[in-house]
Design a protein around this ligand. Sequence first.
Ligand code: NAD
Ligand code: UD1
Length: 372
Amino acid sequence: MRRCRKKRQHRTKNNPSDAMPKCGNTGDIVDQMSGNQPRVLVTGAAGYIGSHTCIELLGNGFEVIGVDNFDNSEPVVLDRIAELAGRAIDFVELDIRDTDKLRAVVAEYQPTAVIHFAGLKAVGESVEKPHRYWSVNVGGTLSLLDAIDGSAVERFIFSSSCTVYGDPANVPVTEETKVAPISPYGRTKLAAEQAIIDCLSTRDCGGLLLRYFNPVGAHPSGRIGEDPVGIPNNLMPFAMQVAVGRRAALSIFGNDYDTPDGTCIRDYIHVVDLALGHVAALSTATTAGECDVVNLGTGTGSSVLEVVQAAGDAVGTPIAFEIVDRRAGDAAVVYSDTSKAREVLGWTATRDIGDMCRDHWLWQSQNPDGYN
Ligand code: NAD
Ligand code: UD1
């Protein structure tokens, strides 16, 4: 087990009242731990959403123990988290399927909450390598549930995806919308949700299953961001790689959908808003043995052409594109109903598509080749 205990720096917040999440509601974890920093185990801490969430957790007074095997991330991100937050996370390099190592981390650090980001997320790869997806996304989740059994963990927050809804019949998508995933990736996310629901039902631990819509953007410093391996599958990273000169032109997959401009509509959400959603989830009352599902989106749909326009505005030059055939499996319109997130978490996204493009461009332009 490679252990990286970053040298502790002075906390920017050492008054217990400063440990209250900045985004609104005060929480039972914080209250119960009054006088101590609440400790959160973050799996996939070095990844895109995990790294942004670590910064917001540190900024809100939480103690973070990160684990990751760097399957889709770089160790340098840990230094950048420390640089941006003014203090470091504790970190252990491991594969979450190694239950013994994970159990040893839980025994040593005694976290009271878990945020489970570690997983694989490429839809196309999941079709080609379904076993790998079931092993990491479902096997890894079972291993984590095993490792925390009997521990002090009283809250389990899971990174799920709107992909579990498949091609929804109606929008906005609520948490009651029928789940019908159409890829191995989507099925593993749904299976992981169900494993968490069943396993926590017998424990003194409550769960929040957060279904993200389309995370984009980057930390406003431009120091951390999304660094996809190979050719990006997703719209914003591809558009930004065109802007930085790594790709010639964006292919827009179809302009003959039943939407105002003919291109698909999605609910893009700034990754910092998403990170703050996790801070809110940590301070939301949960009931032991029960899990709740919450969508995390903005509630606003943007078409592909609108995103391309906003990206060009942020960059200062238009994004070159061509219209090509539809991509198989794409739904025409997907956006979230945000009322449950507001009611349950007291959380609402505040950043718009212009903010998302500005910050994504700052990251991409300062790091044209990502972390390398
Ligand atoms: P990411 O790939 O950037 O981060 C995932 C992290 O998990 C990486 O650092 C990777 O190295 C790590 N990891 C993978 N397998 C591991 C293993 N076996 N053991 C330990 N660490 C492992 O992805 P992300 O965008 O930050 O996504 C985080 C989570 O959110 C994923 O579970 C994903 O399914 C979910 N999600 C992502 C999106 C999105 O568009 N980014 C949308 C919905 C849901
Ligand atoms: C993808 C994943 C989904 C995941 C979601 C959130 C697929 C099929 N689905 O959804 O499981 O939950 O991300 O991250 O991968 N587009 C282009 N050109 C491109 C790339 C995309 O026109 O080069 C279009 C797509 O057709 C779509 C929109 O842009 O209409 C958004 O695409 P993308 O970023 O891949 O997200 P989703 O398809 O919504």
